[in-house]
Design a protein around this ligand. Structure first.
Ligand SMILES: NC(=O)c1ccc[n+]([C@@H]2O[C@H](COP(=O)([O-])OP(=O)(O)OC[C@H]3O[C@@H](n4cnc5c(N)ncnc54)[C@H](OP(=O)(O)O)[C@@H]3O)[C@@H](O)[C@H]2O)c1
Length: 484
């Protein structure tokens, strides 16, 4: 039922994890597969134990007794007589009648009206649009070559380099028709981001990221230089970041969704990472969603990636104890030596994640910054401390699977009164400049470090993107198309 409910939750929905009776008699709880919807719909999944609220009992009774008396609240009881019938009465709780059982066979979404996905009202910095050069612009201007990477077809399963293709025959005119308010940008740095995998599949259900167009240029976040402007807010020579095509030049028809880069005395490539979406994700996900306190125990998965390396450093600056997991010894060394994590471990060498977490967190975890999902999430649930928070940022281990793995230990959300909250950074663009103002001094003073993993040349873009899902990147992965 929980799996079906997750498919039907509205944005910002709340799940009150009160009980999971279907699981109480099982030796191993069933797996819940649809947890990625917690992120996509920014759901808050809160466990509670009523023992914590006994002090509210008389307030509740005073409120409900008049309602009972006035018949506003009804209550059905099922009584049996005699102590000798107690065991049967208790057991009856767990015996589902034929009739009730049959409801299991009706998926909720078949009975409820489908809510159409909300249209975006405003264009944020992060609105994901399809960039690319319209072919219909007829004018006399010099044509220049415009190499690009296209998605050949929609995919299922693990993404491969051959799912993409470098096209070298296209050209572009570096001028727009008179009066057109668009821009032409020369693309410098392309960001490789895990969400791009979701754009490569045909979506059967509404998804928070749009599909790429099969046979067309793939799009993603990147840093560019304006080479033609029909928009009063942008001048030739400005540096900007936003959603561009994986191509040498892009025509931008929505310049208002682009951020002008004001601070150019830091590496421009940082606007794909620490000063772009991954940076803001770490900032909001840690400070806002995790609500950390000094001295708490923090665990970060995919800890050496674009987001994770920052979360760990933020947690250290706050005075927390921080442990990260990563997929190679080189990354583990980096976490401890460069990013100041207290401890780190190579999860690929750990046969039992639960045992590993118990070793690093003998007293349990207060905060889990969730980047990977699947088996690691299951093990973390066994190790959370009471009132712990899980920031559901991403579940990369699931992105290439046709059916997500089941997560079995969700009952610990109730037992430990955990808050498991999903978020999407696209909805926090209004916090971007606050974040940049705060982090740039920290970068300049060396308080925050950032590791990038750059490859040169558009032709190496497909391999770079795939490397994320094989854990081959060390730090923020990006493709350099041109230096300026
Ligand atoms: N909620 C949001 O709005 C939002 C915004 C940005 C990013 N995200 C999410 O945040 C997470 C981190 O993003 P990022 O940009 O930091 O990623 P990244 O730098 O691209 O790092 C990805 C890393 O994930 C690890 N990984 C890949 N496959 C894995 C698997 N099967 N099991 C375990 N780990 C695996 C790999 O590191 P190892 O060597 O450690 O395996 C890889 O280097 C992703 O899940 C992403 O989708 C969410």
């Amino acid at each position: 039922m929980l799996d079906a409910v997750l498919l039907n939750m509205r944005p910002h929905g709340r799940i009150s994890a009160c009980g999971m009776i279907s699981q109480y008699n099982l030796e191993k709880p069933e797996g819940v597969h649809n947890l990625m919807h917690i992120i996509a719909n920014r759901i808050q999944f809160n466990g509670f134990l009523i023992f914590d609220y006994y002090h509210r009992y008389y307030e509740f009774v005073e409120k409900i007794i008049p309602d009972i008396r006035q018949g506003k609240i009804k209550y059905v009881e099922d009584k049996v007589e005699g102590l000798e019938n107690g065991p049967a009465a208790l057991i009856s709780l767990f015996k589902v009648t034929e009739n009730l059982h049959s409801t299991k066979h009706y998926p909720l979404h078949a009975r409820q009206p489908q809510i159409p996905p909300k249209k975006k009202k405003s264009r944020s910095h992060f609105s994901i649009i399809v960039a690319g050069a319209p072919n219909l612009i007829a004018m006399a201007a010099e044509l220049v070559p415009n190499k690009k990477v296209i998605l050949k077809n929609y995919i299922t399963g693990f993404v491969k380099e051959t799912d993409m293709e470098l096209i070298t025959s296209d050209t572009i005119q570096l001028k727009l028709p008179e009066g057109s308010p668009g821009l032409i940008v020369k693309n410098l740095y392309l960001s490789c981001d895990p969400y791009m995998r979701s754009c490569m599949s045909k979506h059967d259900e509404p998804n928070y990221v749009p599909e790429f167009v099969a046979g067309s240029v793939i799009t993603g976040l990147g840093v560019s230089k304006v080479v033609y402007s029909g928009h009063t807010d942008f001048s030739v020579g400005d540096f900007v970041w936003g959603v561009i095509g994986w191509e040498e030049y892009s025509v931008i028809t929505n310049p208002e969704s682009f951020s002008k880069i004001k601070d150019t005395d830091v590496p421009l490539s940082y606007y794909t990472g620490i000063l772009g979406v991954p940076g803001l994700t770490a900032y909001i996900g840690f400070y806002e969603i995790c609500a950390p306190k000094k001295g708490e125990y923090v665990f970060v998965s995919a800890a050496s990636g674009a987001v994770g390396q920052l979360v760990g450093q933020f947690a250290k600056l706050m005075g927390c104890y921080v442990v990260g997991s990563a997929g190679s010894d080189e990354k583990v060394d980096l976490l401890k030596s460069k990013f100041d994590f207290d401890e780190a471990f190579n999860y690929k060498k750990e046969p039992d994640f639960n045992a590993a977490l118990k070793r690093y967190f003998p007293e349990g975890i207060d905060i889990y910054f969730e980047n990977v999902g699947g088996a690691m999430l299951d093990a973390v649930l066994l190790n959370m401390r009471p009132h712990g928070r899980i920031s559901a940022c991403g579940m990369i281990s699931q992105y290439n699977l046709e059916k997500p793995e089941g997560v079995h230990n969700l009952m610990h959300i109730i037992a430990n009164r955990i808050r498991f909250k999903g978020f999407l950074i696209f909805y926090y663009h209004h916090r971007y400049y606050e974040f940049v103002e705060k982090i740039i001094p920290d970068i300049k003073q060396g308080k925050i470090k950032y590791v990038e993993d750059k490859v040169e040349g558009l032709e190496n873009g497909p391999a770079a993107l795939i490397s994320l899902f094989k854990g081959l990147n060390v730090g923020k992965k990006l493709v350099v198309i041109a230096h300026e």
